[in-house]
Design a protein around this ligand. Structure first.
Ligand code: AP5
Length: 209
């Protein structure tokens, strides 16, 4: 399958992409994760991206397009999580794909619940595991139950940055919903309820494609 996961910050795209990766072995290309990794390693890409991410702005298209086109080369099955994020990136994607997309999965959720998911998120800086204080707590409390590192709050999950990310999403990313609907690629999955419930709905949607 060749999928794009579209949806607001905190809707659960990464959580669902990792489940499909575990079950089906599809490669997940998560631009946010790749950019955070570049920042942690202090690469030239990371140095350029850091300030944008901290402000909750999109990183310039040229940087992100390059990461994605390198990773996509030769891949037949993949999930793009967090890319494209504006119309220019969507057009770029169309021009670099070797095989057409099967679907764009749009995860839908109320803004109030998005904020609750982002404010309760805790991440492991060492292995990248993602937890939530209420819905998916670590069995080790403040430490990662996979590698024991101390969990942290993502810099861009602070309330003022979250508000800005949601604004950027509404202005720049949400227009992609209509863009992909017009191309008959859009599939809407409700992101309400538990991660298991969302995963079941996602699988039903994928089986129907
Ligand atoms: P990125 O990392 O992609 O952030 P995002 O799209 O804002 O998405 P999130 O990672 O915040 O949320 P998610 O939907 O993956 O939710 P998750 O599964 O973690 O991008 C970060 C930044 O990088 C951007 O702001 C931008 O600066 C830059 N960037 C990235 N891509 C770019 C691009 N293409 N162009 C330009 N710039 C780019 O879940 C959230 C929380 O909820 C977790 O705690 C989870 O445990 C919990 N949860 C998940 N599902 C459920 C559920 N069903 N019920 C209850 N809790 C749940």
């Amino acid at each position: 399958m060749r999928l794009v996961f579209l949806g607001a910050p905190g809707v659960g795209k990464g959580t669902q992409a990792r489940r499909l990766q575990e079950e089906y072995g599809w490669t997940v290309i998560a631009t946010g994760d790749l950019l955070r990794q570049a920042i942690a390693e202090n690469t030239p890409l990371g140095q350029q991206a850091k300030a944008y991410i901290q402000r909750g702005e999109l990183v310039p298209d040229t940087l992100v397009n390059q990461i994605v086109s390198e990773r996509l080369q030769g891949l037949e099955h993949f999930i793009l999580d967090g890319y494209p994020r504006n119309l220019a990136q969507a057009e770029m994607l169309e021009s670099i794909l070797s095989y057409p997309l099967d679907a764009v999965i749009y995860f839908e959720l109320d803004e109030e619940e998005l904020i609750a998911r982002l404010s309760g998120r805790r991440v492991c800086p060492k292995c990248g595991a993602v937890f939530h204080l209420q819905s998916n707590p670590s069995k080790e409390g403040d430490r990662c139950d996979r590698c024991s590192a101390e969990l942290v709050i993502r810099d861009d999950d602070r309330p003022e940055t979250v508000r800005h990310r949601l604004k950027v999403y509404r202005e720049q990313t949400a227009p992609l919903i209509d863009y992909y609907r017009q191309r008959s690629l859009l599939r809407v999955v409700s992101a309400e309820g538990t991660p298991d419930g969302v995963y079941q709905r996602l699988l039903e949607t994928l089986h129907a494609i």
